[in-house]
Design a protein around this ligand. Structure first.
Ligand SMILES: *Cc1c(COP(=O)(O)O)cnc(C)c1O
Length: 362
């Protein structure tokens, strides 16, 4: 194989090399079955064991919170933007949303269509470059839940701590930072995440929720969109994305080998620290986009003096084997997505490249 790229893609994103190699070895024949996992029935014992293992491992990594269940569904986090309001907002209620940027806005717009949406707090006045103060978050009196986006992938912001909502269910889109750090699951009613950033390939979406929120859903919404359908059928109501689920299970094994969430968190904080320190020590040649207290350890957004220089930086980086450093088209600038599977060596190589670029261009 040619040299592996320094992959900073935002999603789909880098996967752990040992996981890819394991999948390669098991690709044609899985567990002496005479076939690939992609060729077998999702009702058979072999697939079902993988399916159940993935759910159990995910809960175990989260500390086996009592009364929670994992669902494996399809349609991405984007489908969850619609499923959350469809399942939880009753007549006379709204969903309360904390507006932190691009993804929160997409979730909010779906709630508007599917029940009613209310703004509990916003950082629009700061151009979404900070997470609102927790104390400023005010859910509506008729809120069915409070929705947050734990990490804004595009702006590069992340909650340092989570709000306490008491009896009101706290719902979080954790697509771009799930399993990146330890946190208290019991604060949340429901968490969802598309797999393609920190959990595996695209095609499967995980939902981790209190069973009381999953057991009963409105019979007025389509069957496939009810949480209860997936809950009652162990996420096997229809054909699951079996290969993606297999990959997620392998990624979860790898996370265990990294020392679980606390081990991964230490590594992630080291990587992010190295990159932010390089930005901060550049004397303004590179500038961090997010406010310091809201900086993401997953998506590091930064800018340079001019768009022209940024273009030059991206082009030069591509020649050196770096991939995915261009910021999202909606905000511009530069972004390095340093998810769990991005090795420390890639971040070190990037910071060396940044210093070199500054010496030659600065
Ligand atoms: C990528 C992303 C999404 C969209 O996920 P899909 O699986 O493409 O629907 C939603 N929310 C956040 C925070 C994301 O990073």
């Amino acid at each position: 194989m040619s040299k592996r790229a320094y992959n900073f893609n935002a999603g789909p994103a880098a996967l752990p090399l040992p996981v890819l190699e394991r999948a390669q070895a098991e690709f044609v024949e899985f567990r002496e079955s005479g076939m690939s996992i992609m060729e077998m029935s999702h009702r058979g014992a072999i697939y079902e064991s993988v399916h159940n293992e993935a759910q159990e491992r995910l809960l175990a990594l989260l500390g086996n919170p009592q009364g929670y269940k994992v669902l494996l569904v399809q349609g991405g986090a984007t489908t969850q933007f619609a499923m959350v309001p469809l399942n939880f907002i009753s007549a006379g209620q709204v969903g309360s949303y904390v507006m932190t940027g691009s993804w929160a806005d997409k979730a909010f717009k779906e709630a508007k269509l599917a029940g009613g949406a209310h703004v509990a707090a916003t950082s629009e006045d700061k151009k979404f470059l900070a997470i609102p103060e927790l104390g400023s978050i005010k859910p509506a009196d008729n809120a069915a839940y409070l929705h947050i986006t734990s990490n804004e992938t595009i702006e590069g912001t992340q909650y340092a701590e989570f709000p306490d909502t008491g009896a009101l269910p706290l719902i979080a889109d954790m697509s771009s930072d799930i399993l990146s750090r330890s946190f208290d699951v019991s604060k949340f009613g429901l968490i969802y995440a598309g797999a393609q950033k920190n959990l595996g390939p695209s095609g499967v979406t995980v939902v981790i929720a209190k069973e009381e929120l999953l057991a009963e859903s409105p019979s007025t919404i389509p069957t496939i969109l009810r949480y209860s359908t997936h809950y009652k059928n162990n996420s096997l109501y229809n054909t699951p994305p079996s290969f993606s689920v297999y990959m997620v299970n392998e990624v979860l094994k790898w996370v265990e080998e990294q020392g679980g969430l606390s081990g991964i968190e230490t590594k992630n904080r080291d990587k992010a620290g190295l990159l932010y320190d390089t930005i901060d020590a550049s004397g303004g040649f590179f500038r961090g986009v997010a406010e310091t207290g809201s900086r993401s350890i997953m998506n590091v957004t930064f800018r340079m003096e001019s768009e022209e220089l940024e273009k030059k930086f991206v082009k030069a980086s591509e020649q050196e084997g770096f991939v995915g450093l261009k910021g999202h088209r909606s905000v511009g600038g530069l972004r390095a997505s340093i998810y769990n599977a991005v090795p420390h060596e890639s971040v070190k190589a990037l910071t060396d490249f940044m210093k070199h670029f500054q010496q030659t261009q600065g």
